[in-house]
Ligand binder design. Structure first.
Ligand SMILES: C[S@@+](CC[C@H](N)C(=O)[O-])C[C@H]1O[C@@H](n2cnc3c(N)ncnc32)[C@H](O)[C@@H]1O
Length: 206
């Protein structure tokens, strides 16, 4: 599927908007947020901008980013791969990656979770989508092979990278969201005192 066909379909969809809006409301006012794989920006970036956070964004697709820039001319952007971006040389209060992780190879997924920890400030939040179950499938739109390493592996990798899982959510399209918080730098995680666990705000599929 061409990027513009994806854009057309996604523009008409509100899937995920409510989950992201609720998450954004929990961020400190004026938080610096990086959206990784922003696509054309509807509906997720629209929700983030409307929530009042300071948004930065990256995506690998020049076509989608061109549309994004027309829609959000005040949001700083970079056209770059998630594993290669310099992330503006900044540290952020929060990061979002919707529909990205499972597009990466296994090693890339693990490296990406560690990279996000590096660009977040202590206490920073990270919301991303990935299935609970392990599996490999082909994306119906792009034909691209996707893979899920599953909740156990993701949570172990996140904890090793200094994150704590504080909730999971499921949207109206049955996409699963991991809602995590950075509690320490990579490698310090097992020695630091964890923040109290919060109950998941939505049901956790088995
Ligand atoms: C399924 S779309 C999701 C877009 C957007 N987050 C949304 O919710 O509509 C996946 C996006 O990831 C981008 N992408 C794919 N591989 C990437 C990579 N390695 N680094 C950065 N962006 C990537 C694509 O260009 C596309 O915009």
């Amino acid at each position: 599927m061409h990027a513009l066909d994806f854009l057309d379909a996604r523009d008409k969809s509100t899937i995920g908007a409510d989950v992201v809006a609720r998450w954004a409301r929990e961020l400190p006012v004026g938080a610096d947020v990086i959206e990784i794989a922003c696509g054309g920006g509807y509906p997720v970036s629209r929700v983030l901008v409307d929530s009042g956070v300071n948004l930065w964004a990256i995506d690998a697709s020049p076509t989608l980013l061109e549309q994004f820039r027309l829609r959000f001319p005040n949001v700083p952007t970079r056209c770059s791969l998630a594993l290669e971006s310099d992330y503006f040389g900044k540290e952020f209060g929060a990061a979002v990656a919707i529909g990205l992780l499972f597009l990466l190879e296994e090693a890339g997924q693990l490296a990406f979770l560690r990279r996000v920890s590096e660009i977040l400030l202590p206490g920073g939040r990270f919301l991303f989508t990935a299935p609970i179950q392990t599996g490999v499938w082909r994306d119906t739109c792009t034909g691209q092979e996707c893979r899920s390493l599953g909740r156990v592996r993701y949570v172990q990798t996140l904890e090793d990278a200094g994150f704590c899982l504080i909730g999971t959510h499921v949207d109206e399209g049955q996409n699963n969201y991991y809602d995590v918080q950075k509690i320490s730098g990579s490698g310090e995680a097992r020695h630091s005192k964890p923040t109290p666990d919060r109950a998941p705000k939505m049901r956790v599929p088995s």
